[in-house]
Design a protein around this ligand. Sequence first.
Ligand code: MCA
Ligand code: AMP
Length: 509
Amino acid sequence: MNNHNLYLRLVGDRFENAGDQPFLITPGRRPLLYSELDRITGRLAARLLELNVEPGDRVMVQVAKSPESVLVYLACLRVGAIYIPLNTAYTAAEVGYFMMDAKPQLFICQPSERESLSILSQECEVPHIRTLGSEGDGDLLDGVEYLTTEVEVVVRGDDDLAAILYTSGTTGRSKGAMLSHHNLASNAEVLHSYWHWHDRYDVLLHALPVFHVHGLFVALHCALLGRSSVHFLAKFDPDQIFDCLPECTVMMGVPTFYTRLLSDSRLTDEMCSNMRLFISGSAPLLAETHREFERRTGFRILERYGMTEAGMITSNPYEGDRLAGTVGFALPGVSVRIADNDGNELPRGETGVLELKGPNVFKGYWQMPEKTAAEFRQGGWFISGDNAIMDETGRISIVGRAKDLIISGGYNIYPKEIEAEIDSIPGVAESAVVGVPHQDFGEAVAAIVVTDGSRQLSEQQIIEPLQGRLARFKQPKRVFFVDELPRNTMGKVQKAQLRDTYKASFSSK
Ligand code: MCA
Ligand code: AMP
């Protein structure tokens, strides 16, 4: 059987002669070299084996962005383990759910969280917990330099899982999207060629988190396939971005990156003179941002569209028109259609739900066969939940969402999860959570609350109890109190009306 382990495609023996070419360049630290990758992931793989991580076992990771965190991901691929990265903003309560659901063999957390998460991992019967800090500190790496580098790359078939990424669900319960080695490899290959990655020439500016598809797979897989050096920044920090930009050729970001860059006078065409490509995705890029960016820098941002369950789905062309307000064409090998609510394909130009098929589409939700089945049509079409239009040439525009989802600064937030927490606060009768326009984050969370009259509640008394329960980015940035929620004749809360009523809540921010 051929070995389809993604590790072989991304690393394997490809970099034996890479000399001193840097892979990850992190401010204040020695760069991680391409020529070191196979050796160090070998040692880390040996550490995973010591902890009895076997092929198919889950390794759950909630750590700061660092070169070592990327090495752990590659080591997991190498031993055939399933990598599960978690947002560092998640609270212990949220992490507990993921642990119970995925039953990892190993949980890796930040050194500062060890104490609180050890108790949780015992309750969830996780056999091993280790720590990894942002500087490569922590006990995961203790003595790792003495371990063998010669750990074999476990044979994986196309359908074997490489990763599970949790994505919130409309019902409020997060679902683990199962991504196979082939899902990830096929998408990486397509993007590497579609975006004209220049082997050994490109330098990527990487300021995204590495617990989501965008920063972990899209950005890092393209860089590895293209043997590109990467300026690997812990977060979006404008000073660091402008320090690195003159040396870079490609940047990937969420729309907030672009609006923040535009608000900075250091953004000039001269600053971008080495660049060849700016890519945006994860949330809608305003046409106004697209135009303003071109006016300031001469670059037309390339917008693409994707989702956790399928990686990248469409992209504006590299050569040819990159049109503001559109997400371009289905990527090679990916089929996209626009359908009505019953799955009947609609004529070009009509608005419907985007459905897709292809080697990039995931294997289903972890231990949720019914939820998985509900998201697929006969014939294997996956229902994205995004409303879209396709024109005569096949160009797609995302025009809204059929799913009740808020995207804030590129993070997805499902209102149901927040409503459930707010409704459990004493004195609350019911609540509705909506996304309203926000200059920096695109959308921000607003909660509209009806009290039961038993006590007076303030905005702070709604937000305060959510602190330990929900990650900060999910918490409402504004709370409004009303006597009753607007409902239609079926009794359903009119969220569109609420979005309209509160649309100017952040207009001065
Ligand atoms: C931080 N905060 C947020 C967000 N980020 N609130 C709402 N939405 C957010 N995204 C909170 C902080 O907790 C803080 O709260 C306050 O807002 C201000 O934080 P700030 O320092 O300004 O934030 P930041 O650290 O600069 O982060 C903003 C960011 C970051 C750079 C936009 O959120 C980010 O890197 N987003 C990218 C997410 C991403 O990679 N998405 C891809 C998903 P307080 O002050 O009250 O404590 S993959 C995907 O969607 C698909 C597959 C695709 O197509 O790519
Ligand atoms: P997630 O599954 O959390 O990665 O989020 C995927 C969702 O982000 C998609 O279903 C879309 O709603 C949204 N999305 C991603 N890229 C774009 C884009 N370029 N324009 C509009 N929405 C986008």
